[in-house]
Unconditional design. Structure first.
Length: 232
């Protein structure tokens, strides 16, 4: 297996400006490596820094120290120091992020919302539509809803639309933040199968999953983030 992502010595502190500049340390000396075809699940109690680490790996949070090395476009990019245009290109072509919350775009249909990541990559419109329809069907989103904006959908339906949008691209790295939260058993099974398909396709994944059964089904390795928690 080839290594797709490596975090080295990450340190992350939040500054609370409304509290007189109080610094809240979260991560310290964080190391993580993920290979192609591997799903690493982050574990630990609430508040230990799992979501912070996942967002740092996506470039949403700037770290105070360390490196986030990503294989991107035939080279290795340090996301911790890369300029914004490079971070955006990494997100578009290399690293996907699936959260449990859908960023609803007013007046955009569900089908167009799911297709949009492929459209940005220049994928043939017919192939993109077929891929979107297949995913929406597998995730039990009724065809009658595909032409509607998902703003008025139930929470579970919105989450499934979000999963379809996040899984539609064939990106080499995928970050998953509670992808099965709030889903019924049948749809949890679908997501587990989608993750397994990504692993067999060589995708490197980092996930946060609180459900013990799901963690057991998808994890090739479990990393306890408690060991990276910074001292207060």
């Amino acid at each position: 297996m080839s290594e797709q992502l490596r975090a080295i010595g990450l340190r992350k502190t939040f500054t609370l400006h409304n509290q007189g500049g109080l610094e809240l340390p979260v991560l310290d000396r964080t190391d993580l490596a993920v290979s192609a075809g591997e799903c690493v699940v982050l574990n630990g109690p609430s508040g230990v820094g799992k979501s912070t680490l996942l967002r740092a790996l996506y470039g949403n949070y700037q770290v105070q120290a360390g490196h986030i090395l990503i294989r991107h476009a035939g080279a290795v990019v340090d996301l911790a120091t890369a300029p914004p245009r490079v971070v955006l290109d990494v997100r578009r072509r290399t690293v996907g992020f699936v959260s449990q919350f859908l960023r609803v775009i007013p007046r955009i249909s569900t089908l167009d919302l799911v297709i949009e990541p492929l459209r940005r990559l220049g994928v043939d419109p017919l192939k993109a539509r077929e891929r979107a329809e297949t995913l929406l069907g597998r995730l039990a989103i009724p065809r009658r809803l595909w032409s509607l904006p998902p703003a008025t959908f139930s929470g579970g339906e919105q989450q499934r639309v979000n999963i379809a949008r996040g899984f539609i691209c064939e990106l080499p790295i995928l970050l998953l933040d509670e992808p099965t939260a709030s889903l019924d058993a049948a749809n949890r099974d679908v997501v587990v199968h989608l993750i397994d398909e990504k692993k067999r396709a060589g995708v490197a994944m980092v996930a946060i999953v609180h459900d013990d059964e799901i963690r057991h089904l998808i994890a090739d390795r479990v990393v306890d983030v408690t060991s990276f928690a910074a001292a207060a």
